[in-house]
Design a protein around this ligand. Sequence first.
Ligand code: F6R
Length: 269
Amino acid sequence: MEVLIFPDAQSLARKSADLVESQIKTFPDSVIGLATGSTPLGLYEELIRRHNEHDLSFAGVKTFNLDEYVGIPANHPQSYRTFMDDNLFSKINIESSNTQVPDGMADNPLDVGPAYEKMIEEAGGIDLQVLGVGTDGHIGFNEPTSSLGSITRVKTLTKQTIEDNSRFFKPDEFQPKLAITMGIKTILDARRILLLAHGENKAEAVKDMIEGPLSAMCPASALQLHQRTTILIDETAASKLRLKGYYKFVGEMQDELVRKHRPSDWISR
Ligand code: F6R
């Protein structure tokens, strides 16, 4: 795991956009895994800005979103499809047919997972997966005790996740308690992973993910098994890390090494 610590969420967003941009420029047909939520918004704003001001093109890019609620239609204001359309897809030159979000309204939600896995495989696998992390350590909607070998499937949300997300639903509105999510194995199969986290409320999950034992109680700790994961966090999210000083030192040394020997080392094909 590579851990990069930034003074604030803005510089973190810029760096994550640099990494995504290099991926897309090197391989214009890249397959990118995407997340919703507040965490990647800065990244998406930065990618849109680069599209508008520097002609960053998404014409050949394919995307697969991590997850979708079960039981609300794609055009519902709180669906993850709507989130992606509003916050990224409608503002860049990506073909709608190249963007995939699991279908939360399928007749049989149990069929969605295997079909989604097949689509990812047919696209050649995910080159670069963008992740956020929940306050309970979930990635995608893989809640604590999710199998570390899981693939895309229906999951029941925890009370904490339902509560964390309740701010997006009106008090009397139906709030989904099930979701379809890529599994932890699906995520680990990505060639390169970027996990972004900012804010003090993520500090505990970040500590468990990076320094805790590998455990299904903190699904994000499974990333310890992945060879090419970069964790981008701000100072507040890093505040509970025991080896924070060491990660900064490693960052400086790595910078020097990569600059000198392999400037495009992180590219994922
Ligand atoms: C969203 C997703 C979730 C979020 C996590 C953090 O597609 O997969 O795992 O990344 O719940 O959410 P925010 O960023 O809103 O704190």
